[in-house]
Design a protein around this ligand. Structure first.
Ligand SMILES: *Cc1c(COP(=O)(O)O)cnc(C)c1O
Length: 373
């Protein structure tokens, strides 16, 4: 395998940052890889494949309908297009050809108008929507969401993510009540979330997941929801969806990954803690370094190692350390959201015990270097 790295002169990566698109997100299990290969090696009646895998996934998740798309971003764009275009054949062909006369405002709580690697708003625009912010950057109640709804509203878009402002923003359940009351559909972007059923149960009409994040499938996305809405999303494969075409290999690979995700036992937070304990103990022997277990801020069962550098003792800025670790022979990536506070986090889900030791050694040598300087 290292030959691919050699052939193209690529750097090996240790991914202690979690499911990051910039590093290739995740590494699917062997049977998902086999399924992808099977998909690549065979022909299918594609419409049949889309419908039957969708029905299979819907059965697994106990939702009305489902469809595999090329990624969650494509899911957002196609869901927006779906609620605007619906069954209209002319609009399917001409979504961006003329100003829209049908409702096309997409109401988003202001604190959800985030950049997840690309702006949510760009996906809304791709789908023909006009993004309308509800509430304020630090506050959006059910009433504030409702106040932004007009006859031009095509849907509410709720982004469930650690990227969003959590403080004083309404819940998915509350957004669903507002949507019902005003007769507009609720779309939930739950791209990186782990629960594939709850948002649908809370009353969302369409819920979008990223295939390679929590589910650890191939690059793909999943849209689940009410029957008619998902059918409208499927129609977009003859509209804007064609620019986001999903292959047979991804459809089959994601379907298998979802089945595994539901049936195989997941690594628990407690198991993550067990794996990271020797790493934490090693780090705590270093001068100026304090390491401890922290739990996911969004409440998921994920434990991470928080590493705090006393910048006066280690005599370098944490941000510089993070950069230096990326630039080594093996590129080591951490979660660096709090580097300006002297804190980084290691997500150990994709890191082996050996690799944790390699990380420790790399940190140790960078700090030693600083002390001798
Ligand atoms: C990752 C992410 C996306 C995009 O998912 P892709 O499958 O990479 O397109 C969208 N929204 C949120 C909140 C995300 O975290």
């Amino acid at each position: 395998m290292s030959s691919i790295y050699e052939k193209y002169g690529l750097k090996q990566v240790i991914n202690a940052s979690g499911r990051m698109t910039i590093l290739g997100v995740s590494t699917p299990s062997a049977d998902v890889v086999d399924t992808v290969k099977y998909g690549l090696n065979h022909y299918f009646e594609m419409k049949d494949l889309v419908n039957k895998t969708g029905a299979y996934i819907a059965g697994l998740l106990q939702v009305e309908n489902a469809v595999v798309v090329s990624c969650a971003s494509a899911g957002i764009a196609q869901c927006v297009a779906a609620v605007i275009v619906k069954d209209n054949d002319w609009l399917l062909d001409n979504l961006h050809a003329a100003p829209l006369s049908v409702p096309h405002d997409i109401v988003v709580p202001k604190g959800h108008n985030v950049n997840f690697g690309a702006p949510v708003g760009s996906m809304v625009t791709l789908g023909g929507g006009n993004l309308i912010e509800a509430g304020y950057s630090n506050e959006c109640s059910a009433e504030q969401l409702a106040a932004a709804i007009t006859p031009q509203t095509a849907a509410i878009l709720y982004v469930k993510s650690h990227h969003c402002v959590q403080k004083s923003h309404l819940s998915v359940e509350q957004a669903a009540i507002v949507a019902r009351k005003h007769g507009v559909p609720l779309i939930v972007d739950a791209a990186a979330e782990e629960d594939l059923q709850c948002y649908y149960r809370y009353g969302a009409d369409l819920v979008i997941y990223s295939g390679a994040k929590a589910i650890e499938g191939p690059t793909s996305g999943l849209v689940v929801g009410k029957h008619q809405y998902v059918e409208w999303v499927k129609r977009q494969s003859n509209g804007i969806g064609r620019a986001m075409k999903v292959g047979k290999e991804s459809i089959l690979g994601l379907t298998q990954a979802i089945e595994n995700y539901l049936t195989l036992e997941k690594t628990s937070g407690a198991q993550m803690v067990e794996k990271m304990m020797p790493f934490i103990e090693n780090l705590n022997t270093l001068n100026g370094v304090t390491a401890r277990v922290v739990w996911d801020a969004a409440g998921r069962d994920i434990a991470r190692t928080e590493i705090h550098f006393d910048e006066l003792i280690v005599n370098q800025r944490t941000g510089d350390l993070v950069q230096a670790l990326k630039k080594g022979t093996i590129a080591i990536y951490f979660r660096g959201y709090k580097a300006n506070e002297g804190i980084i986090e290691a997500d150990v889900r994709s890191v082996s015990a050996d690799q944790l030791h390699t990380i420790f050694t790399a940190i140790q040598s960078l700090l030693n270097g600083a002390k001798n300087a």
